[in-house]
Write a protein that binds this ligand. Structure first.
Ligand SMILES: Cc1cc2nc3c(=O)[nH]c(=O)nc-3n(C[C@H](O)[C@H](O)[C@H](O)COP(=O)(O)O)c2cc1C
Length: 588
C-alpha cells in the first residue's frame, strides 16, 4: 500500500468540513505471473507516488496493469508519473478503467482540449514515439488473472462518480472500494482502523453523509454487490478497514436505509451538470444542507440521465435545486432539457433554487432563475453564483441554502397535514401528556458561538448540561438542520455564553431573527472575539465557557455534542442564570 497523509484541509469541498486532513491511498498486488497497481493518488503527490512504487521493487514499477478505480482530472498527474517512471524496456502498461473513466483519459490525451494533461500526453508516448501505456475498458464482472491471484471488477456508477469500479482480490478476500468506505482523516498512526467504529465512526459517517447519502438510492444496490466475505476493505481515503469490516458494512446499509426512507416521505432533488466539478461541489453542499434536516436529498447529474429519468426524479421530489456552469454564454443542453421538463411538469407548489459556477460572464444561473420565476416557481434561496472553484464560504452558503430549501418543503408539508387533520375533525395542535411532561425539563439559556475557517456562527441553546467534573465537560443538543451543526464536529471550538436572567431579551431577539444564508449572525449584538479560540464572546452574558468538542452522539433529530471545557470567564458575578421554561417538550 502507498499512502500520503495530509493533516491540513487543502480543499474546501463539504466532505473536508471535519478538518481532520485526509490520506490518499493506492495499492499494489501481484500474482505469480503479473502485477497490478490499484487506484491512484492526487496529482499533488505525483513524484512521491512514483518514488513509493519504485521502492516496492521492479515488479511494481513495471507492473503489467494499472487499475484506476476512479479517474479524476486531479489524479492524472500521478498516473502520468507512474507511467513515466517505468523502466526503458518495460512492456506497455494496460490502464484499466470503466468506460466513462476511459473517456476522461482520452480527453486528457487529446491535444488542445480543455482537459488536456501535458504530463500524461508526454508519459503515454515515450520520446521514441512508442506507446508506453494503453487503455483497457473493463466490463462488469470481468476477471484479471495475475497467476494464482485473480482480480474481479464490478462497475459501480453513481451520479457523482459515474466511472467508479470496485475490485476484489479473491485470494486474499480484499475489496478495493475507492470512494466507498472512505473517510477524510489523516491523523491515524499507521494505515489500519485500530479502534474501529469507536475511533473512526464519526469520520466514516461524515464522509457518507456528505457524499453518499444524497445518492443513497444508487448506493444501496451497489452495496448488495459487495456482500460476501471480505477480510479487508481498501478505500481511496482514510484507514484500511480490517477490524470493523462487518460493522462498517452494516452501518452503511443502515445509513442508506435511513436516507432512502427519509426520501420516501419527503425529498428534494438537486439536479445539475458540471464539466469540471465546480457546480458539482456546490450541488454536493446543497444536498448536504438538505439531508441534514432529515429530508431526503437526491443528487441527480442530468448529463448522465434521460429526460424520462429527470421527469421521474421530479415527480418523487417535493422541491428541487437546478445548477449549471456557464459554457459559451449559455446553459449546457442537458440542463436546458431538465428545465424544459420542470416547467412542463409545472408543479408550482414545489420550492426551488438555482446555482452554478462560471468564469467571466456567468449567464447560466440568471437564465435558470428567470425561466423558473417566469413560469411561476418560488425560490427558497437567492440564486447562488460562484466564480470558478467554490471557497469555504461559498460552500457554507450552499449548505445553508440547501437547509432553507428543505425547511420550505417541510413547511408546505406541515401546512398540508394541518389541513388534512382539520378536514377529518382532529385538533390541529393538541399538547399530549408526554409532551407536557417532557416540557417541564428546564435548561440554562445560552448563546453558542462558534467559528469555522473565517466564518462565525451562533445559535440560541437551552438543551445544555454539565456532564463531568474532571475534566470539566458539558453537552449541548444541536438540531441536525441547524447551520452551526457542521461547525461542531469533533475537535471544533465553541463558546457557551450563559445568559443573565432579565438580560436575555436582546440576545434572543438577535439570535432568533431569521437570517439569510451567509448573513452576519450577531446582528446588533455586542461581541468580542476570544483571543484563545477565535469564537465570539457575548458581552451581555453572565459567563463565557470556552469548549472543544470531544464526541458526538446521534439522538433522533439532534446531535448531542460532548465538549471539554478549556477555560471559563465570569463576566457578571452578581447576575442569575436565565432559565428556559416551556409548556411542551415537542418544541423549544
Ligand atoms: C469551453 C468553455 C466555455 C466557457 N464559457 C464560459 C462563458 O461563456 N462564460 C463564463 O462565465 N464562463 C465560461 N466558462 C468557464 C466555466 O463556466 C467555469 O470554468 C466553471 O467553473 C465551470 O463549472 P463546472 O466545473 O461546474 O463545469 C467556460 C469554460 C469552458 C471550458
Amino acid at each position: 500500500m502507498v499512502s500520503f497523509a495530509t493533516r491540513a484541509r487543502r480543499t474546501f469541498e463539504v466532505e473536508y468540513g471535519a478538518r481532520r486532513g485526509t490520506t490518499e491511498n493506492a495499492y499494489a498486488t501481484r500474482g505469480e505471473k503479473d502485477a497490478c497497481l490499484i487506484d491512484c493518488v492526487d496529482g499533488r503527490h505525483a513524484e512521491g507516488y512514483a518514488r513509493e512504487i519504485e521502492g516496492l521493487g521492479a515488479w511494481a514499477r513495471d507492473a503489467a496493469y494499472h487499475a484506476v478505480l476512479h479517474v479524476s482530472p486531479r489524479r492524472l498527474d500521478a498516473l502520468a508519473a507512474a507511467i513515466a517512471n517505468r523502466s526503458e524496456g518495460a512492456a506497455c502498461v494496460e490502464v484499466l478503467c470503466s468506460n466513462p473513466g476511459a473517456q476522461l483519459i482520452q480527453q486528457a490525451l487529446k491535444p488542445n482540449s480543455p482537459l488536456t494533461n501535458e504530463a500524461l500526453c508526454a508519459a503515454w508516448k515515450g520520446t521514441d514515439g512508442k506507446l508506453r501505456a494503453r487503455l483497457r475498458v473493463v466490463r462488469n464482472g470481468e476477471r484479471l488473472d495475475l497467476g494464482g491471484r485473480t482480480l474481479r471488477f464490478t462497475l459501480a456508477p453513481t451520479p457523482r462518480w459515474p466511472d467508479l469500479i470496485f475490485a476484489r482480490d479473491e485470494k486474499s478476500q480484499t475489496l478495493f472500494t475507492s470512494k466507498f468506505f472512505s473517510a477524510h482523516v489523516g491523523t491515524m498512526e499507521g494505515y489500519g482502523d485500530e479502534g474501529g467504529l469507536e475511533t473512526f465512526g464519526e469520520d466514516w459517517r461524515f464522509y457518507f453523509d456528505c457524499l453518499l447519502a444524497p445518492m443513497a438510492r444508487q448506493v444501496s444496490p451497489l452495496l448488495e454487490k459487495l456482500t460476501g466475505v471480505a477480510k479487508t476493505i481498501c478505500p481511496a481515503h482514510g484507514p484500511v478497514v480490517a477490524s470493523s469490516v462487518t460493522e462498517l458494512y452494516r452501518e452503511y446499509v443502515e445509513w442508506c436505509k435511513m436516507q432512502t426512507s427519509a426520501g420516501d416521505n419527503l425529498s428534494v432533488a438537486v439536479i445539475y451538470a458540471s464539466a469540471y466539478g465546480n457546480t458539482g461541489a456546490m450541488a454536493q453542499a446543497i444536498a448536504r444542507g438538505v439531508a441534514k434536516t432529515g429530508v431526503g436529498a437526491e443528487m441527480f447529474n442530468c448529463e448522465l440521465a434521460s429526460p424520462i429519468e429527470v421527469e421521474e426524479v421530479l415527480k418523487r421530489s417535493a422541491g428541487f435545486a437546478l445548477g449549471a456552469p456557464t459554457l459559451g454564454g449559455t446553459l449546457p443542453t442537458p440542463v436546458q432539457t431538465a428545465l424544459g421538463a420542470i416547467v412542463k411538469e409545472g408543479d408550482l407548489e414545489k420550492p426551488c433554487g438555482s446555482f452554478g459556477s462560471f468564469g467571466w460572464s456567468g449567464e447560466a444561473v440568471a437564465m435558470i432563475d428567470k425561466r423558473l420565476t417566469d413560469a411561476g416557481f418560488k425560490s427558497a434561496f437567492e440564486p447562488l453564483r460562484c466564480k470558478f472553484k467554490p471557497t469555504a464560504e461559498t460552500l457554507q452558503l450552499c449548505e445553508e441554502s440547501g437547509t432553507d430549501l428543505a425547511q420550505a418543503v417541510r413547511k408546505i408539508e406541515r401546512r398540508k397535514q394541518v389541513l388534512e387533520r382539520k378536514s377529518v375533525g382532529q385538533a390541529a395542535d393538541g399538547v399530549s401528556d408526554t409532551a407536557a411532561a417532557v416540557g417541564r425539563i428546564v435548561g440554562s439559556l445560552c448563546a453558542v458561538t462558534t467559528k469555522n475557517e473565517d466564518t462565525q456562527s451562533a445559535m440560541l441553546a437551552s438543551w445544555v448540561s454539565q456532564a463531568s467534573f474532571n475534566p470539566p465537560a458539558l453537552t449541548v443538543a444541536v438540531a441536525k438542520e441547524r447551520a452551526v451543526e457542521s461547525f461542531l464536529m469533533t475537535g471544533g471550538k465553541f463558546n457557551l455564553n450563559v445568559l443573565k436572567s432579565g438580560g436575555e431579551k436582546d440576545v434572543m431577539k438577535a439570535l432568533l431573527k431569521p437570517f439569510a444564508p451567509g448573513e452576519n449572525r450577531f446582528g446588533a449584538l455586542d461581541v468580542d472575539i476570544s483571543e484563545t479560540n477565535g469564537c465570539a464572546v457575548v458581552k451581555q452574558a453572565l459567563a463565557c465557557v470556552e469548549c472543544t468538542v470531544t464526541k458526538r452522539m446521534e439522538a433522533g433529530d439532534h446531535w448531542v455534542v460532548l465538549a471539554e471545557v478549556e477555560r471559563g470567564t465570569l463576566l457578571d458575578a452578581e447576575g442569575v442564570t436565565s432559565i428556559h421554561h416551556r409548556k411542551t417538550g415537542s418544541s423549544y
